[in-house]
Design a protein around this ligand. Structure first.
Ligand SMILES: NC(=O)c1ccc[n+]([C@@H]2O[C@H](COP(=O)([O-])OP(=O)(O)OC[C@H]3O[C@@H](n4cnc5c(N)ncnc54)[C@H](OP(=O)(O)O)[C@@H]3O)[C@@H](O)[C@H]2O)c1
Length: 321
């Protein structure tokens, strides 16, 4: 099968578009014929050798990518929920390797969900890693509830565009932090207010917020403490030693006082039942994918270069078939 893989770390020209052996589904796995995959910043961090959790990486050569949307072509033993012909999408768990930038990928059943009927494969491929991150950060780390106020810093990117929509589904009042060029986009996703980070610092103008979701990881618990009400939560996507330590300290403090501000780091989990929940919200018209650009699989290097600019509006998609 055709795939995009690496046999060493380096710049985007180490990506090889070539032939790799087709996978077979093991017990409990679903073999997916991939129509579209998506590119996440993690993919080029892995490719460049800068991924923090390098110990999770398979041996070279390996195929990059975790998000896929496609059609089931075969199922392994014990698979109960899916059958050949079904349209599905998935985030392949890191512990199983990556493998999404390919014509075929085998994914364990627990990570797979029914693809939303209302979405094309390109739109659906954008969802898994980014929307699961947003859902798990807001629901699990921040424990966001109806009527609360949340700030989404980095509201126009892959995770941020889903985070704004999911926060609205969860019933929150949403302030998006984005550049003026993306303000309309963020409002169209449901944000009640947009702050242009190039014109003013949200830290200077907001207070009494229940949650700050720092999608792009440029802030810190300290820089957001005046923005949060007592008992409020700062959640970041970037697992740094300092935020990890702050998270442990804040958990200890919150045992003794409900007014202590909490710090959290989201680490996305591949989870088919969370993805099924997203499918239902998508089919109800409550969540959409914003596509920045679509590239043929063979041009994955261009998509990586675009992702590295950190200027994408929504998601970068690879069209596989
Ligand atoms: N821990 C986890 O499990 C996990 C999971 C998913 C993602 N992540 C990490 O989360 C980060 C975001 O991922 P992503 O897919 O959303 O990235 P992305 O799509 O590449 O984000 C790009 C967006 O960030 C915006 N941006 C850049 N600088 C900004 C600033 N100073 N203030 C506000 N917005 C700014 C850009 O808007 P402008 O062009 O207008 O500046 C652009 O729309 C990445 O570092 C990724 O590795 C971690």
């Amino acid at each position: 099968m055709k795939a995009v893989y690496i046999d060493r770390f380096g710049p985007s020209d180490v990506l090889i578009h070539g032939e790799r052996p087709a996978p077979r589904p093991g017990p409990g796995e679903v073999l997916i014929e991939v129509h579209a995959a998506s590119v996440n910043p993690r993919d080029w961090l892995i490719r460049s050798g800068r991924y923090q959790m390098k110990f999770l990486l398979p041996k070279f050569p390996f195929i990059l990518g975790s998000d896929v949307s496609g059609t089931v072509v075969e199922v392994g033993g014990r698979v109960e929920r899916f059958a050949p012909g079904g349209e599905v999408y998935a985030m392949r768990p890191s512990r199983d390797g990556f493998g999404g930038y390919a014509e075929l990928v085998a994914v364990r059943e627990s990570a797979v969900a029914r693809k939303p009927e209302s979405m094309s494969h390109e739109e659906a491929a954008g969802v898994p890693l980014a929307a699961l991150t947003a859902l798990q950060a807001l629901r699990d780390n921040a424990r966001l509830r109806t009527g609360q106020e949340v700030v989404i810093v980095g509201a126009s990117g892959g995770v941020g565009t889903y985070a704004v929509q999911i926060a609205k589904v969860l019933g929150a009042e949403v302030t998006g932090v984005a550049s003026a060029a993306n303000a309309r986009l963020v409002e169209s996703l449901g944000a009640d207010r947009v702050i242009d980070y190039k014109a003013e610092r949200f830290n200077d103008v907001l207070s009494d917020q229940d949650v700050v979701f720092d999608v792009i990881g440029r802030e810190s618990p300290a820089s957001c403490s005046r923005v949060l009400r007592p008992g409020g939560t700062y959640v970041t996507t970037i697992p740094r030693l300092s935020t990890g330590l702050e998270m442990l300290k804040s958990r200890l403090r919150s045992i003794f006082s409900s007014r202590a501000r909490r710090s959290e780091v989201v680490l996305v989990r591949s989870d088919g039942s969370d993805l099924e929940r997203l499918t239902r919200w998508i089919e109800d018209g409550r969540i959409a994918t914003v596509i920045d650009s679509v590239y043929p699989l063979a041009e994955a290097a261009k998509a990586h270069d675009r992702s590295r600019t950190f200027r994408t509006r929504g998601k970068l998609i690879l069209k596989v078939r």
